[in-house]
Design a binder for this molecule. Sequence first.
Ligand code: C2E
Ligand code: MG
Ligand code: MG
Ligand code: MG
Length: 284
Amino acid sequence: HMKNKGKNGYTFYENKMGKRILENAFMVNQIRKAIEKEQFSLHYQPIIDIESNTIYGAEALIRWFHPERGYIPPMDYIPLIEETGQIFDITSLVLQIGFKQKMIWNEKGYSNLKLSLNISSKSLVNRNINDEIEGLLKRYNIKPNEIILEITETSFMDNIDNSINVLTKLEKSGIGISLDDFGTGYSSLAQLKRLPVHNVKMDREFIRTMKRHSEEEVIVKSIIELAHTLGLKITAEGIETEEQKNILLEGRCDYGQGYYLSKPVEASSFEGILLNYKKVTSYE
Ligand code: C2E
Ligand code: MG
Ligand code: MG
Ligand code: MG
């Protein structure tokens, strides 16, 4: 009886694994084709300077529109391709598209606009991303302080010393480093002092449930204070209501993003947003 149970358990496990491997292999192939067919693009979401209500920057967010399957969200494939190595190709693609777009904006007079790019930790440590970025800066005539790299804190855990080395080099060259999804990782506070970051992005989850006089209001205001005490700027993501924006303004949060301000849009629509706001925040 025991033997049977064990055997069934094993078979079940094997089938589940087999199914996952098959699905992953399918996805790897799909992504290879999608790169060839140029199905990946970037959308941009404005990052607003909350106090002056001006545009500080644009966060580039990857978009995959599959001809049959429709829109496929990044969370459905980014974690997988971090394992398969295809993340290198995606990171290169994102850097390429993003820097080129930044050049176009610069030519239209928006060189103050900061471009934020999400960079997976795997790309950070396994490849010489410094050289790649340096090459693109030269090629598109962009200054390092016009670019911000967003890194998630959980990603540091794998290879923290190596990550810090790479990030320190990038930061010394003038590139901004922002800690994304801040508050969701377990060792965030302990690690924060070691990381060469100038900005933290408070995770959307903190803002999502924040109403006037809620516990979240107190927590969010404390996180803002904490960031400022550490000498960091702070960005709130996921602002969906005017009330949330007002609470953040009171709490002296530096920057904000969210559907209330604007959804991520394609590059051509982003120019309309730029024209609607008074001016792009100038460097301090
Ligand atoms: P993230 O960097 O934290 O990006 C914020 C996510 O929140 C984006 O989802 C954005 O569309 C969404 N968002 C913005 N405002 C609101 C709002 O008011 N309400 C709600 N509910 N959502 C809002 P998206 O585009 O699906 O991206 C998810 C994650 O995928 C990103 O989280 C980032 O970690 C990753 N990602 C996106 N683009 C790239 C990329 O080019 N490279 C890498 N490595 N990862 C990327
Ligand atoms: Mg981000
Ligand atoms: Mg985030
Ligand atoms: Mg996130």
